[in-house]
Write a protein that binds this ligand. Sequence first.
Ligand code: SAM
Ligand code: SF4
Ligand code: F3S
Length: 448
Amino acid sequence: MLNEIKNIIGEGKYAYVRSFGCQLNISDGEKIKGLLMQMGYNFTDDEAKADLIILNTCAVRENAEDRVFGIVGSMKKLKEIKPSLIIGISGCMTAQAHIAEKIRKSYPQVDFVVGTSAISSIPKLLFDCLRGEKFGVDIAEYDDFSEVEQVRESKFKASVPIMFGCNNFCTYCIVPYVRGRERSRKQEDIVTEVRDLVQNGYKEVMLLGQNVNSYGNDFGEKGAFPKLLRELNKIEGDFVIRFMSSHPKDATEELIDTIFECNKVAKHLHLPLQSGSSDVLARMNRRYTVEKYLEIVEYIRSRDSGFSLTTDLIVGFPDETDADFQATLDVIKRVKYDNIYSFIYSKRSGTKAAEMADFTSDEVKSARMRELLELQREISTENYKRFIGKRMRVLVDDVSKKRKGYVTGKSNEYIIVEFEGDETLIGRFVDIEVTDSMNWAVIGKMVK
Ligand code: SAM
Ligand code: SF4
Ligand code: F3S
């Protein structure tokens, strides 16, 4: 079918693909591009130049959805100017049947809607559309897209999904409803993909899954994720392996031992806490207590007292009390994260938490958020001093936006590093010595 569509599309056509949300969705966007490339499309960042626009959406917050509806609304104009323009909507929003219906009824400029597990249907939907069919929808759950090749944005950093879906049903989160149950890719497919990436010069591989620690559970395999890390670590070449996210309920000592054992696995762990109150964690259905979480942290720090940890936190979960919030601050002070990603709780219809009573005002939630961020700024400032005088290995990402003549990159510990250098260093590992620190980065100088 791809060749048939390629002939209908003809040469010199441009596609604009815009992805929202998390890295897994961005990786899906790269797969969509992979399919479009096979159909002969070139890519553009300019909507006005595009013959095909695909918005690859996120549903984690309702205001993210409203934003997409705003963008779709504004595309009506583009279609008036260029009636041959095709507009498709993919991603997590579309997995909800009522959204597909709302788009069909209220946004006639949209030509098709495709669900997160139906990306492989895009050629068929395009084909139907090019033959004059009005509104195509496919939000079924097929599992035949996991091996579609991605058109990657970066030439040196690659994301590699190792599993899809989520079984955890945290009460605030829409993801399990829009991404379906956990499905793991075969270990040999992942190893082959990573080997190819390394051979093609990639220097960082980010393994993705909503909970990588349950990788392989659907095959009935225990400990499959540490085993996968060990297999990937055997691949020859100079590269770093990262992974996200690691659910604390399944973070085992074996996982941590494996991080220390494997020289290519980054010495950093993103361990989403969400709340420092065991009561709130229970209402979130996180299935660990603060004590269990701190045991994992203690195990890591017993092996390396300066080990870098980052986390996700939700502030203002329904009826989070002052004491609950103080408990979160206490955990932050104790763990001393190098960085946190914090979100004010956002009521998401379709989830259990949306039904929970919530008497905390928005002002209180915002004040809590400010306090949390202020505390983290102090901790990061203090934490980053531990690197001064030490050496770090940095993968250079870009030229610095803040300092002329400097470049920016991430150390193995996932710390932002800035140092004097030029764009020829982008995509390379560089050894630096840390000379100074701030609350968001360290400054260094190249070691000859
Ligand atoms: N699977 C990952 C995990 O368990 O850590 C998280 C994936 S989720 C897409 C990313 C983050 O969004 C979560 O860690 C959580 O902090 C945040 N999040 C999800 N739903 C939210 C909501 N309704 N309100 C605020 N933050 C939310
Ligand atoms: Fe959402 Fe929880 Fe699944 Fe993460 S583990 S995607 S927070 S339901
Ligand atoms: Fe990711 Fe948003 Fe979907 S965070 S999994 S794109 S709902």
